[in-house]
Design a protein around this ligand. Structure first.
Ligand code: FES
Length: 179
């Protein structure tokens, strides 16, 4: 299940990547800063950017992909509207962080590091977020959820679904009223 990009987004990817290449004189030695620049401007490194960099620097795409996966500072999918970060530091791992990760992955039908096709949610792992006493911890849109149990996962996602439905309803009512 891939993420669909609009024409506008593809255009932006091309231009951001071109600028990052120019800024670094399309120098093969500067692959890392080029990728960092793309991520900084787009929030992730799309595969279209990797293709463009691959052609410009004459580096096989698979090598560029290897670099982005080696350094876990890079994300390969656009961030979701809601970002779910499961802590995988020692305390959280020991108290079942991986089970929480699996529960979100199953429920959202994506893998760690991916974004749902509707771009509502992205799922990723983070290192210790500094509140180990609350392990296992999940950070959702910068808000800490502590002592998360797998049964809580459904509740968290349901909360977002209800919020979305309420917003849609409100929008419909507003547009209905304005007609
Ligand atoms: S290990 Fe998760 S908050 Fe410290």
């Amino acid at each position: 299940m891939g993420i669909q990009l609009s024409e506008q987004e593809l255009k932006e990817i091309r231009s951001v990547t071109e600028k990052a290449l120019q800024k670094n004189n399309a120098d093969r030695e500067k692959l890392l800063p080029i990728l960092q620049e793309v991520q900084h401007n787009l929030g992730y490194v799309p595969k279209q950017a990797m293709q463009q960099i691959s052609e410009a620097l004459d580096i096989p795409e698979v090598e560029i992909y290897g670099v982005t996966t080696f350094y876990n500072q890079f994300r390969l999918n656009p961030p979701g509207k809601h970002q779910i970060k499961v802590c995988m530091g020692t305390a959280c791992h020991m108290t079942g962080g991986h089970i929480i990760m699996d529960s979100f992955a199953r429920r959202l039908n994506i893998k760690e590091g991916e974004t749902t096709p509707d771009r509502e949610f992205s799922l990723e792992r983070v290192a210790c977020v500094g509140c180990c006493a609350l392990a296992p911890v999940v950070v959702i849109d910068e808000k800490i959820e502590g002592k998360v149990r797998p049964t809580r996962v459904d509740g968290i996602l349901l909360g977002f679904e209800m919020e979305k439905k309420a917003q849609e309803k409100q929008k419909q009512e507003e547009t209905g009223e304005s007609q």
